[in-house]
Design a protein around this ligand. Sequence first.
Ligand SMILES: Nc1ncnc2c1ncn2[C@@H]1O[C@H](COP(=O)(O)OP(=O)(O)OP(=O)(O)O)[C@@H](O)[C@H]1O
Ligand SMILES: [Mg+2]
Length: 292
Amino acid sequence: MKQQQENPFQFGVVIDDSAFCNRKEEISYLKSQINNGYSTWLFSPRRFGKTSLIEKVFREVRNTKCIYVDLYNIRSKDDFCRNYAKIVADELFNWKDDIKKITKKLADSFTNLSPAVSFNEFGNPSFSMNVNKIDQQADVETILEIPNKISQKVNKRICIAFDEFQEINRIDPFLLNWMRSSFQRHKHISYIFLGSKQSMMEDIFASTRYPFYEFAVKMNLSVIGHDELFSFIKEKFTLHRLPIQHHTIHTILENQIVSRITHNSLLLLYSILSSADMIRKLLILRIPGSTK
Ligand SMILES: Nc1ncnc2c1ncn2[C@@H]1O[C@H](COP(=O)(O)OP(=O)(O)OP(=O)(O)O)[C@@H](O)[C@H]1O
Ligand SMILES: [Mg+2]
């Protein structure tokens, strides 16, 4: 029996390479921003493809350590510091070092924050800081400085993406001040700030009242172009052995609701393909002697 082919369209998730459509210009622009150490703020309305794009760029960029931080579920300044420190430590420290070496490295970087490393039953390291609450400016700055220290030490470029960056206003707006004074000295780090709330993002990066004023270059992400989506759809249907006429693709892409949001196009295509698959199966079941 032939293996059931997976639906090649993905929606509602951050998509992988197999389902990723185009965005060649955006990928190339972001790569050059990263390679030049420039920072970017990336805006689009919800479900246009920001997170998928950044993850794609991170899979492709070479000679740079890429770190992704999602602010969506962060509750407080303390929570931010612990999460950020853990992500940074996991990404930037070599956990294969022997315990003495790694403990020393952590102690040097996380001064005053009592860093500790323990190993679970499978031998995987887990990192924590034995302090009650991280709230003081000096402690927050210690954590924000770690990527810079490491990039200088190992002479390697780093890129850090903060997704849902507008959440910083809910977490603690003063974090912006501390981040700005720290980040502006990080010559070998390119920061990318992603957000979907236009007025908040504009305020943070384009208002003289905010510390991040003109800190990063703006990048607007629009919907994927008609021609790119056309070729993508054609290719996927062909691979799936489902004939589709050109005018059908144009009709789908010109639909008002679908064309305005990337997610909607993909959801519709996913549904069309699933329905077509179901019909195909039903037809096959009705043909006596069918072996498929
Ligand atoms: N380049 C792409 N190729 C194919 N599908 C895409 C692409 N970009 C986005 N999509 C579709 O849009 C959906 C939303 O993408 P993603 O989660 O990356 O958007 P987002 O802008 O980060 O959304 P949010 O603002 O809600 O976080 C994906 O699940 C996928 O169906
Ligand atoms: Mg997202």
